[in-house]
Structure formats: C-alpha cells, structure tokens
Write a protein that binds this ligand. Sequence first.
Ligand SMILES: [Zn+2]
Length: 84
Amino acid sequence: MSELKEAIPPKKYAKEFYGNCPNCGCGQVEGKNIDIASGDVGITEMHQPMTCTECPAVWTDIYVLDRYQNPEGFTNPIPAGDLL
Ligand SMILES: [Zn+2]
C-alpha cells in the first residue's frame, strides 16, 4: 500500500507535500470542516481534519492566520507599506 519508507515530517509536508498524504504519499486526500482555534500566544490557527482514501491515515492540517487583505469600509487609514 505505501510507497514511502517513512512518513513525511510535518514541516516538510507543509512546504513541499501539501495535498498529498504524509503517510503513503498519494494525492487522494480529503479535508473535513475547518475550525478556528487559538494556537500558541498571539497565533490564530485553523485546523482541518484530513483523511487519505488510499491508506488508513488520518491527520490534522494546521493553517496560521497571516494578515488581512481587501479592506473595505475602514474609517482609519492603513499605514503606508503595511498592506502587502
Ligand atoms: Zn495515504
């Protein structure tokens, strides 16, 4: 069933293998509903339960809030250079 000799480490998965199963490496993965959660202090995370359709693996993908974009209706100016 598995083509990998060992699981893809969590950080490597996030950078290079997003969309693939970290256990078997296939691209047949499914995500469930995303929940917003508090992570470490000052970090807001979204957690998405994931499953693989090719092997028994289940895991949670973690997304970290980075910034906002497309502001509308603001009554205060946004400092120049702060909208990337
Ligand atoms: Zn798998």
